[in-house]
Design a protein around this ligand. Sequence first.
Ligand code: KG4
Ligand code: ZN
Length: 337
Amino acid sequence: MAVTILAIESSCDDTSAAVIRDGYVLSNLIAGQEIHRSYGGVVPELASRAHQANIVPVADQAIKRAGVRLEEISAVAFTRGPGLLGSLLVGTSFAKGFALAREIPLIEVNHLQAHVLVHFILHEGREARIPEFPFLCLLVSGGHTQIILLTSHLEMKILGNTIDDAAGEAFDKCGKVMGLPYPAGPGIDMLASVGNKKAFAFSKPSIKGIDFSFSGLKTNFLYFLRDRLKEDPDFIAKNKPDLCASLQHTIISILVSKLVKASTETGIREIGIAGGVSANSGLREAVELEAEKRKWNLFLPELGYTTDNAAMIGITGYYKYLRKEFTGQDVAPLARI
Ligand code: KG4
Ligand code: ZN
């Protein structure tokens, strides 16, 4: 019998619901939250209130668009964490209530594991191209920067991690200093495309192994702007594309050099990237270049699967369902895992 998963994602500021059947996505809806823009970052209390308003209509639409009947849903998968506690509570409570009412299993999903598993989502009418194991994935988001080794769908090991800020945070915080709206990653990406990446040189960390650090770059960027603004108050306005291109180039070279190192050390050439920052056009180009040079079998996620979405929770839930890894009704969300 077909396995049909209703998946819920509410870890940060996107309310998302998806229906996945036997690994194929039938629907994937995302309601974003514009309200945070004017605050320059996500306001947790506002996020959880917006999730409360959105969760029922989004889940309802996901089920309708998938064209499935309630009786066909085999289980509910939800993001247990990491994320904002108030936001996670909304998705968790909805999933619990749904599972209880329908008398179906509940499946908890780790948000980071789900980001990596986007590469295994199948689409009707499209030839499946999925990674083989072992698979090495660079996960770059607003809260995380990790190199993850997968030996199966559900067995993973973190090989490298950031010791301070995440790559997305570096984009967002430096963008904020330049007056760009939150989240600044997409804006920097756009401006960088018309700037000179060699215009300015920013510091790169010298961290051993395959760990990352971005706080030094952020401070360097901040002090650089402070000094230049003293000489010319219009410095940012006059140089925005070049600043964005140079900053983006620095972040990408830090990320790519560690990914290359991880691949060389493990001998794995089955490589992917995932998470919000994997939408960055410069990063995608840079890993494609490396892939050509190093004969990697490269997996770039579709843009719609880079940022938070419930389809990734659904595919993870599907593999957990096959293993009967279910969760009790006493489960509580976890801000940190
Ligand atoms: O995965 P995600 O949606 O949420 C987290 O789990 O954190 O990632 C959000 C992050 C933000 O920092 C945002 O600025 C960044 O992804 N981002 C980008 C781009 N699109 C989103 N960063 C650089 N270039 C982009 N095109
Ligand atoms: Zn995420």
